[in-house]
Structures are given as structure tokens and as C-alpha cells.
Design a protein around this ligand. Structure first.
Ligand code: CAA
Ligand code: FAD
Length: 389
């Protein structure tokens, strides 16, 4: 029986990558995770370590100076970083989110200009779709881009932008033809240094506190016409096609957070004694652990499966259910992460509820995975549309 099963399973190279990232994450990133959360500060140590290890944007193709790592390798990097520090995992995840629109729809010149600095670790790239009044209904955006000779002039406010202020580059979706709804939206590359770009205050959040979330405010931002990504009017499609690839990276983040919480809980229950024995001897505790591990592995398999499909789609293959599996793995993995981290807090008892142990942070961090890159209600909308097509 011949098959491409090897494409489905992580290869030796993927496993080697996992070991490398795990070691880096445990030695260079995990030691700062609690402080990054407590002080709500950017995890600069993580960025430095990821850049030094060439792990900050592994997905960028070799042609643009990157590693050309496949989607499964990218998932493994994000998963292993998130196992140590969810905030830090948004460095590779958002570098992918910001650059995929350029990779999918940008011209050769745009790719060469903007991907190489990201590959070199000199710049980060954010993605600006959401607005104060347009979150789930992203096509309801108000940000405008108006053509003026050889330039576009952008005005509007993008909300909730991850790594805003830290990133040099932004994929910004804006309305170019107001009468056309989703078909009247275009995508642009905006630079942090473009006159008229400013940032709102950092949002004060429940979790992922080390990842800055800010408004990107555009006031008469005048950019050269060649900064448009793809043809005029195709920006919304590019934005959604991007999410087909990157919701998988949020699933990866959720898996990593959940794995971190499960690993910690396993160590704890073996040590903690009550009624004269380790609490891991109680079947009630064992069944909780078994359920946590089972659901996590199920979500992981779906995520890896989706990553392989994403990779094949990037190489031009028609993958009709990519939208479905991408939404499904993000939705499942984030729901599992919320359950697993909540159970991990439970397994540590009162200690789990304190900041002296990492599981309460992991539980707070897990929550965002059910909200961003489309809430899990929206993932169900997307999946249902695919099923009923
Ligand atoms: N790929 C390409 N094109 C697609 C597509 C896809 N997956 N899905 C839809 N389209 C096209 C449609 O074909 C349609 O084009 P035509 O009119 O030419 O046929 C166009 O896009 C509009 O599609 P819909 O009518 O389906 O759009 P809608 O307005 O009903 O919205 C939605 C669909 C699924 C609700 C979408 O708005 C959505 O996903 N909302 C959630 C927003 C979101 O996920 N935001 C994430 C922000 S990033 C983030 O959060 C960052 C972070 O985590 C760090
Ligand atoms: P709303 O759309 O107002 O939703 C409110 C509630 O209504 C939710 O429960 C939602 O599920 C529900 N709802 C809405 N419509 C439906 C429907 N049709 N059916 C059923 N239920 C529905 N965006 C970016 O563009 N770039 C980023 O980098 C980015 N990073 C983020 C980082 C953080 C920390 C956060 C919190 C958000 C980020 N976002 C980013 C925005 C994120 O994608 C949106 O918050 C999300 O899509 C939801 O939009 P909203 O907050 O406006 O909620």
C-alpha cells in the first residue's frame, strides 16, 4: 500500500526542531514568563532568543531570505514557545499573520522589499483587520483608502492590533470602493514610520499581557501606490484566505498553553500528598489527567492535519476543505485549552489559584484563543457555511 502518510506524520526533522525549540523555550523564555505577565511588558528576551535561533519567522520562503519551513514546522515552533510563554508565541505567530497576505497576493517587488527584513529579524509584521465597530463583521470596516495620483491616502482606526508599536510593518485592510461591500476592500502595507501613523494606549488585558495590543491610528497616511497588496478590491478575500492558514497557528498556541498546564499538573499531582499518598494515586485525579491528555492529543492531530493541508495549498494544490479544517482546529484546540488549563488549576487546588504557580496564568492566557482570529462562534459560522454549501 503506497501512500503519502509520511506527509501527515511529523518527520524526524520536525521532531528535532521540536526538541531544539523546547530547549530554547525552557532555558531562555520560560524563566521570564511570570515576570512578563506580572509587569505586562514585551518579552524582549524571547524576541532576542528567537531571532538568535532563527525561529522568529520560520515560514518565510528561502527566496526571500527565510528558512522556508513548512506549516507543520511553524506550528511546532509556536506550540513549543506557547508551552513556555503564550505572549512570546505571538512573535512567530503574528509574523506569519502579517506576512501571509503579502505571500498570497503581493507582487514580487513587495515580497522582496518587506519579507527579507522580517526573515532577518530586523522587523516584525502585524495584521490590521479589526476596528472598534467591526470585529466579527470585519467587512463592516470604515477605514478608508483614497487614491491620489501615485499615492493612497489612508484614514481610520484599527483596533486590537497585536504587537502594534513593536512591529515595523502592518497589513492594513481599508475600503477603497464604499459601494461594493467586501469587494470594495483592499489590502496595503503600512510602515510604522509613515507620517500619520500613531498608536493607542496598550489594552489592559486578562491574559497574554506581554503581547502589546493597541489601536493603529491612521491620519492622512500617504503611501506609494505600489504598497497595495494584490489588485484593488481583493483585500477582503486576501484577509480571509490568510486566516485559512493562520487560524492553525492560533490552534498551535492553544495546544502549547494546554500542554504546558498539563505537564505542570502531572508533576504536581505526583508530588502533592494528601491522605498519606500522592494525589495522583486517586482515580478521580487520574481520570481528569486522562481526559486532559486525550482531548489535547485529539486537538493536536486535527491541527497537524490542517497544517499539512495549509502547506499543500501554499504549493498551489486545491484544498476544498482548508477553510473548514482551519476553523475546526482553532475552535477545538482553543476550547480544549480552556478546559485543560481550568482542570490544571483544579488539580493544584488552592495553590493553583495563586500567582505562585504558572497554571493560573496559563488559564488566563488560554481564553484569548477562543476570541481572536475570529471568535469560536464565528468559527462555527464558518464551519456551518462550509458544511451547508
Ligand atoms: N478565502 C477567500 N475568500 C473568501 C473566504 C476565504 N476563506 N471566505 C469568504 N471569502 C470571500 C467570499 O467568496 C466573498 O467574495 P465574493 O463576494 O466575491 O464571493 C467575500 O469573501 C465575502 O465573504 P462573505 O460574504 O462570506 O463575508 P461575510 O461578510 O459574511 O463575513 C466572516 C464572513 C466569516 C464572518 C468573516 O467576516 C470573519 O471571518 N469574521 C471574523 C473576523 C476575524 O477572524 N478577525 C480576525 C482578526 S486577526 C486577529 O484576531 C489577530 C490575532 O489573533 C493575533
Ligand atoms: P464582536 O464581533 O462584537 O462579538 C461580540 C460577541 O458576539 C462575541 O461573543 C461573538 O462571538 C458574538 N457574535 C458576533 N457575530 C456573531 C454571529 N454572526 N453569530 C454568533 N455570534 C456572533 N484583530 C486584528 O485585526 N489584528 C490583530 O492583531 C488582533 N489581535 C487581537 C488581540 C487581542 C488580545 C484581542 C482581544 C483581539 C484581537 N483582534 C485582532 C481582534 C479580534 O479578532 C476580535 O476581537 C474578534 O474577531 C471579535 O470581534 P469583537 O471583539 O468586535 O467582538
Amino acid at each position: 500500500m503506497s501512500s503519502d502518510y509520511p506527509a501527515y506524520a511529523p518527520s524526524e526533522e520536525h521532531e528535532l526542531l521540536r526538541r531544539t525549540v523546547r530547549e530554547l523555550a525552557e532555558t531562555k523564555i520560560a524563566p521570564h514568563a511570570a515576570e512578563v505577565d506580572d509587569q505586562a511588558r514585551f518579552p524582549q528576551e524571547a524576541l532576542d532568543a528567537l531571532v538568535a535561533g532563527d525561529l522568529h519567522a520560520v515560514h518565510i520562503p528561502e527566496a526571500y531570505g527565510g528558512n522556508g519551513a513548512d506549516a507543520l514546522a511553524t506550528v511546532i515552533v509556536i506550540e513549543e514557545v506557547a508551552r513556555a510563554c503564550a505572549s512570546s508565541s505571538l512573535i512567530p505567530a503574528v509574523n506569519k499573520l502579517g506576512t501571509v497576505p503579502v505571500l498570497l497576493s503581493g507582487g514580487e517587488d513587495l515580497k522582496r522589499r518587506y519579507l527579507a527584513p522580517v526573515a532577518r529579524g530586523e522587523a516584525m509584521f502585524s495584521y490590521a483587520l479589526s476596528e472598534p465597530d467591526a470585529g466579527s463583521d470585519a467587512a463592516g470596516m470604515k477605514t478608508r483608502a483614497v487614491r491620489d495620483g501615485d499615492h493612497w491616502v489612508l484614514n481610520g482606526t484599527k483596533m486590537w492590533i497585536t504587537n502594534a508599536g513593536v512591529s515595523e510593518y502592518y497589513t492594513v485592510m481599508a475600503v477603497t470602493d464604499p459601494g461594493e461591500g467586501a469587494r470594495g476592500i483592499s489590502a496595503f502595507v503600512v510602515e510604522k514610520s509613515d507620517p500619520g501613523v500613531s498608536f493607542g494606549a496598550k489594552e489592559r488585558k486578562l491574559g497574554i499581557k506581554g503581547s502589546p495590543t493597541r489601536q493603529v491610528i491612521l491620519e492622512d497616511v500617504r503611501i506609494p501606490a505600489d504598497r497595495i497588496i494584490g489588485a484593488e478590491g481583493t483585500g477582503f478575500k486576501t484577509a480571509l484566505a490568510t486566516l485559512d492558514h493562520t487560524r492553525i497557528t492560533i490552534a498551535a498556541q492553544a495546544l502549547g498553553i494546554a500542554q504546558g498546564a498539563l505537564d505542570y499538573a502531572i508533576g504536581y499531582v505526583k508530588e502533592r500528598k494528601q491522605f498519606g499518598k500522592p494525589v495522583s494515586d486517586f482515580q478521580g485525579v487520574q481520570f481528569m489527567l486522562a481526559d486532559m491528555a486525550m482531548r489535547l492529543e485529539g486537538a493536536r492531530q486535527l491541527t497537524y492535519h490542517a497544517a499539512i493541508k495549509s502547506e499543500r495549498a501554499f504549493h498551489g494544490e486545491e484544498i476544498p476543505d482548508l477553510t473548514f479544517v482551519s476553523s475546526a482546529c482553532k475552535c477545538l484546540a482553543s476550547d480544549v485549552a480552556m478546559d485543560v488549563t481550568t482542570d490544571a488549576v483544579q488539580l493544584l487546588g488552592g495553590y493553583g489559584y495563586t500567582q505562585d504557580f504558572p497554571v493560573e496564568r496559563m488559564m488566563r492566557d488560554a481564553k484569548i484563543c477562543q476570541i481572536y482570529e475570529g471568535t469560536n462562534q464565528i468559527q462555527r459560522v464558518v464551519m456551518a457555511r462550509q458544511i451547508l454549501r
